[in-house]
Design a protein around this ligand. Structure first.
Ligand SMILES: [Zn+2]
Length: 435
């Protein structure tokens, strides 16, 4: 039950009697969260003071929704039902509130606030669900401080690796300090993992972060699978020398070699169609002086596909191209896979429920893969997952002008609410069980 009287009354659709979320409350909370880390876009980097301030606000909202906010050893903020008996499987809803530097107000935030809104609406309407509901705000999904992303969801799924644990951020802070600052405890990190079966299912409401829904005039995307991603670090070693005195044929120009590799990475998707998309978004040049032939360049290549074998083929093709470019340019090129996230299919049962929920609300749907990575794909290692997409204006995300209309925000939360109800009320077995 709610700890405080609701500011706004939850509404029911007059024509169908279907329960609806409190639109004004949801939009008001989105606005309050937007102000934290606001400048040019929103900068609420994982484990930063701004993220902590945002999480304090989220904890307040969780309490208003009748949940008991707790920080787990990984630094995840989890709102649990107050009377949850240990071992009872929960239906987990949520996302993250950390952002990339100068990111947007909706990526992640919508999923956390939507989850809390659904819990609060059900509580106020006195509707009990088949499974107790937990709302989660995962720590450091974006990895905006240079540490591996999806930190919190990996901890919950029990899939943190050595690279996660031993990572340091761009300022040299070890994970122990970062997690400790968020109220976690790296020494007890194993306790953050939920035992098998304890998450009955996980649902994540999210903005699409792409142009498809808006361009086709569709209200809701029913996510079929979340794309996998492999990132590879490419280091090109040439020879630093004077830009005025070194003859062209005697140069070993690391940046000129890097340019060929940037185009080769693009070609893995564009011409070769080995992977769905491929990008180089980062390039560090040494010494980085205009009058010096570059001696060393570091690139990071990002390849994504819903097929894990396509990712394997992408890495193999990049390695082959690196060998060729090294020979052509007299440089040394080393390719090392830095991070890999496997593609994750959404559970068919949850996809059906999301689609039915949207249709019952009179909203149009399409099935689509997610091109971006999400916490849901990590949780998919431990539980069935479902994802609901709402349109992103102009397909823009990870940028200051990321925007979804109020109507789309509310539609998404209503679909989440109805999906949760569709999975079964207390006392009634859902038609199909998870797994
Ligand atoms: Zn996100």
């Amino acid at each position: 039950m709610s700890l405080e009287p609701p500011t706004f009354a939850p509404e029911a659709d007059r024509s169908t009697g279907a329960p609806r979320v409190d639109a004004r409350r949801l939009l008001d909370r989105l606005e309050r969260l937007r102000r934290i880390g606001a400048g040019h876009g929103i900068s609420r980097i994982g484990f930063s003071a701004e993220e902590q301030e945002g999480r304090a606000l989220i904890a307040d909202f969780m309490a208003e929704a009748g949940l008991r906010p707790e920080v787990d050893p990984a630094g995840n903020l989890i709102g649990l039902p107050p009377a949850l008996r240990s071992g009872t499987p929960v239906l987990m809803l949520g996302s993250h509130i950390d952002t990339v530097p100068e990111g947007g107000a909706y990526d992640g935030a919508l999923g956390v606030l939507g989850a809390i809104e659904v819990v609060q609406t059900l509580s106020e309407l006195g509707l009990r669900t088949h499974r107790p509901l937990a709302a989660v705000c995962f720590a450091n999904e974006e990895g905006g401080n240079g540490t591996p992303g999806m930190w919190g969801s990996h901890a919950v799924a029990g899939s943190l690796t050595r690279e996660h644990i031993t990572a340091v951020d761009v300022l040299g802070n070890p994970m122990e300090r970062l997690v400790g600052g968020a109220g976690g405890d790296l020494g007890r990190i194993g306790e953050a993992a939920w035992p098998p079966g304890s998450i009955d299912a996980f649902l994540e409401l999210h903005i699409e972060q792409g142009p498809v829904l808006e361009e086709r005039g569709i209200d809701i995307g029913v996510v079929t699978a979340i794309t996998g991603r492999v990132t590879a670090d490419v280091e090109i070693t040439g020879r630093t020398n004077h830009a005025g005195t070194t003859p062209m044929e005697m140069r070993r120009d690391a940046l000129a070699a890097a340019a060929r590799l940037v185009l080769a990475v693009r070609g893995l998707a564009a011409e070769d169609r080995i992977v769905r998309v491929a990008t180089v978004g980062r390039c560090d040049v040494e010494p980085g002086a205009w009058n010096v032939v570059p001696g060393r360049v570091r690139l990071r290549a990002d390849m994504r596909d819903v097929d894990p074998e396509a990712l394997d083929r992408g890495v193999a093709a990049l390695e082959a191209r690196a060998v060729a470019v090294a020979a052509e340019t007299g440089t040394g090129v080393a390719v090392e896979v830095a991070d890999r996230v496997e593609p994750a299919p959404c559970a068919p049962r949850l996809r059906r429920r999301v689609r039915a929920a949207a249709e019952e609300l009179g909203l149009s749907t399409i099935e689509m893969p997610s091109g971006a990575g999400h916490d849901a794909q990590i949780i998919a290692e431990a539980a069935p997952v479902g994802m609901i997409f709402v349109p992103s204006a102009g397909g823009v995300s990870h940028a200051p002008d990321e925007h979804s209309s109020d109507a789309d925000v509310v539609n998404g939360a209503d679909v989440l609410l109805r999906t949760v109800l569709g999975l079964g009320r207390a006392g009634a077995e859902p038609r199909r069980r998870a797994h």
